[in-house]
Design a binder for this molecule. Structure first.
Ligand SMILES: O=C([O-])CC(=O)C(=O)O
Ligand SMILES: [Mg+2]
Length: 387
């Protein structure tokens, strides 16, 4: 059993949307395939992965650095103890050989993208959905029913409040009961108007989360906190720079409601610093670490260990990114749910074709691996890369 090739192609996931910090007109993702010599159900096992939106494709790093380390390793060093499957932990260590500590953002997306494909291949070789494999590996009961919320509410040219409300309404029509919109890309008064319009639209049918994408300095973050705390929000997300733990800690004095952050932290060490210094409250706040941006699931397991040490439940994690990898982690390891972008970043985001959102939850289908084969538009582009 061996990995015979690692392929990467950088694909556009562009759209005219804008958050408080960036637009997505040039956004790309790396699509990767880890090709094995194993055959299951008459088909070669190929694991697939991609990186989350918000960071760009990682083709240079994947092709020039990490691909070679996997392919040059003695094949048996990448297998589990029994030699009957790949070992994602050993492959991760091989990818990370000759890498110094620190500077995680330089490579965590490239490694996280490959790690996704490696877990997909591993679960396919085991003939199981990844969420079942994960639950079994930790002696847990999987829960295939996962909370999902609809992320959108971006700024874009010509979009007014009636279009914003129509967008949010369409998420409710599709079964969601928590929706998210962007703030911080307009004046505070304009954002207040947008929030009030959406709250009026969704009424008691749903709750609203808001996301500032790290735009605010402390003064502005506090000004927004004072405005936002008038409303019953699901959460106030990423007010300040992701590494400004002191800002996050100070802000909690002004905002009694739930806050969320973590999508731009890229290692268990960054996550630990947030828990140590960010003043986050385990009884109400949310952690959004996204394995596809932060060294993958091998590292995410270390992050979950850190959470335990700091008295946090995995159920406080609702990852960023809207991909099926985090859905599997949620169902397998008891996270609180997952993000979803019903209208964005296709074909990469979303669910297998058979999956419907009901009362803000989905039920994972029993597909081997991560489940990409159940999403026809996605598996088509994946198989064009390698099969
Ligand atoms: O707009 C983005 O970069 C995505 C984001 O923050 C989110 O989904 O929470
Ligand atoms: Mg966000």
């Amino acid at each position: 059993m061996r990995i015979i090739d690692v392929c990467e192609i950088t694909q556009p996931i562009a759209s005219p949307i804008r958050n408080a910090y960036i637009d997505f007109t040039k956004m790309t993702t790396s699509l990767v395939a880890v090709v094995t010599d194993v055959v299951r159900d008459g088909r070669r096992v190929v694991g697939y992965g991609f990186n989350s939106n918000g960071r760009y494709g990682q083709g240079g790093l994947i092709r020039e650095r990490f691909r070679g380390r996997i392919l040059e390793a003695a094949p048996q060093t990448l297998l589990n103890e029994a030699g009957d499957n790949l070992c994602p932990h050993r492959i991760w260590a091989t990818m990370m050989s000759n890498e110094k500590p620190g500077g995680h953002g330089e490579r965590s997306v490239a490694v996280g993208t490959l790690d996704m494909a490696i877990w997909d291949a591993t679960a396919k070789i085991a003939g199981k959905p990844l969420f079942r494999l994960l639950a079994e590996s930790q002696g847990k009961e999987a829960n295939p029913r996962v909370f999902v919320y609809a992320a959108g509410g971006y700024y874009y040219p010509g979009k007014d409040n009636s279009q914003l409300c129509a967008e949010m309404r369409s998420y409710l029509d599709r079964g969601y009961n928590v929706v998210k919109m962007k703030i911080g890309g307009a004046s505070i008064e304009e954002d207040r108007g947008r929030i009030e319009a959406v709250l009026k639209e969704i009424g008691s049918q749903a709750q609203l989360a808001v996301d500032a994408n790290g735009r605010f300095d402390l003064e502005t973050a506090i000004a927004y906190a004072k405005m936002l705390r008038d409303y019953p929000l699901f959460w106030y997300e990423e007010a300040g720079d992701p590494l400004d733990y002191a800002l996050q800690a100070s802000l909690s004095e002004f905002y009694p409601g739930p806050m969320a952050t973590g999508e731009n932290l890229f290692s268990h060490l960054d996550a630990r610093n947030l828990l140590r210094y960010g003043g986050m409250r385990p009884d109400r706040d949310w952690l959004q670490f996204d394995c596809a941006l932060s060294y993958g699931l091998v590292e995410y397991l270390r992050t979950l260990e850190e959470l335990k040490k700091f008295g946090w439940s995995p159920s406080r994690c609702v990852p960023h990114g809207g991909h099926q990898m985090s859905l599997n982690i949620a169902a397998g390891l008891g996270l609180g749910g997952n993000e979803s972008y019903p209208d964005l970043f296709q074909p990469y985001g979303g669910f297998p074709d058979s999956v419907k959102v009901e009362n803000g939850h989905i039920v994972m289908p029993e597909l081997p691996g991560i489940g990409f084969e159940g999403k026809s538009d996605l598996i088509k582009v994946m198989r064009e890369l390698a099969e």
